[in-house]
Design a protein around this ligand. Structure first.
Ligand code: GDP
Ligand code: MG
Ligand code: K
Length: 281
């Protein structure tokens, strides 16, 4: 039978381990515990004739290079290359959780969103048009209540569909970073695209965005490429250009654009509880 390597990615306390336990029949400890050791738990399950290896990764708010957890998750995605990433999202804290999703979108990998804690969202009296949101993100979204095992089977079926390239929602979404940054992305991409072996493995748009964020991990990963000197030079030039234009770091501008993208998508799909709306007016 076919084997699918799947990884769980999401913020701390969004329910990854609960999901992992329910899907695989494991008994890993759930809840808050100090993150001294960073490790990934592995388990396997069978679904519809597929063997699915599930990796429970440490929780992170972002996939950059500021904490050991972030670097761990990042290298798992970039080097181990799971077939499908399940982004577990806490439905009661969408704005913050979907920031991480924008980074997965940039990576141009196969993703399914588990809209977890769906019971909390309903309890609040809020509503989310999750199908529409999924269309906007180009990522299928399945509501789950991981502690109760609800939605897990639907989600695993969706993972198989996405793995087999037969889900109509999946499409590549470009987060628009605005005219100046898009111009710099194009300049860097043109150089990165010259390296076919590199582009076989990674999205050049993702690499360009990371370079413009002044990401050291990406620069050092590119050190061995033939055209690294040119990439390095262009990166410095474009970052300097952007910082002069915006008066702040290019990383900040890119982060703001990601939050803007999330806020825009939620403004069209998230409906607060009636009570909350009343309090506002
Ligand atoms: P992790 O840090 O992402 O691995 O999250 P855990 O699986 O450890 O869950 C964090 C807390 O949220 C635990 O207390 C879980 O029991 C709880 N939890 C997980 N999933 C759900 C859910 O769908 N609904 C509710 N209400 N609580 C959940
Ligand atoms: Mg956990
Ligand atoms: K936890």
């Amino acid at each position: 039978s076919k084997t699918i390597n799947m990884a769980l990615v999401g913020n701390p306390n969004c329910g990854k381990t609960s999901f992992f336990n329910q899907a695989s029949g494991s008994h890993e400890r759930v809840g808050n515990y100090g993150g001294v050791t960073i490790d990934a738990k592995m388990a396997r399950m069978r679904q519809d004739g597929y063997l699915i290896n599930i990796t429970d990764l440490p929780g992170t708010y972002s996939i950059t290079e500021y904490t050991p957890e972030e670097l761990y998750v990042r290298s798992h995605i970039m080097e181990r290359m799971p077939d499908v990433v399940v982004n577990v999202v806490d439905a009661s804290n969408l704005e913050r959780n979907l920031f991480l999703t924008t980074q997965l979108i940039d990576m141009n990998i196969k993703v399914v969103i588990a809209l977890n804690m769906y019971d909390e969202l309903e309890k609040k009296g809020a509503r989310l048009k999750f199908r529409e949101l999924g269309e906007m993100l180009g990522i299928p979204i399945i509501p789950t209540v991981a502690v109760k095992g609800q939605g897990i089977k639907n989600l695993m079926r969706k993972v198989i569909d996405v793995y087999e390239d037969r889900d109509p929602v999946v499409r590549y979404v470009n987060i628009n970073y605005g005219h100046d940054i898009e111009k710099s992305i194009d300049i860097l991409r043109k150089e990165l695209d010259k390296d076919e072996h590199l582009i076989d493995k990674y999205s050049s748009r993702y690499l360009a965005v990371k370079l413009l964020e002044n990401d050291r991990t990406t620069r050092s990963m590119l050190k061995k490429r033939d055209n690294f000197a040119r990439i390095n030079e262009l990166t410095d030039r474009e970052i300097a250009k952007l910082e002069k234009a915006f008066g702040e770091s290019s990383e900040t501008v890119i982060t703001d654009a990601k939050y803007g993208f999330v806020a825009g998508a939620l403004s069209e799909t998230y409906i607060e509880s009636r009570e909350k709306r009343r309090q506002r007016s």
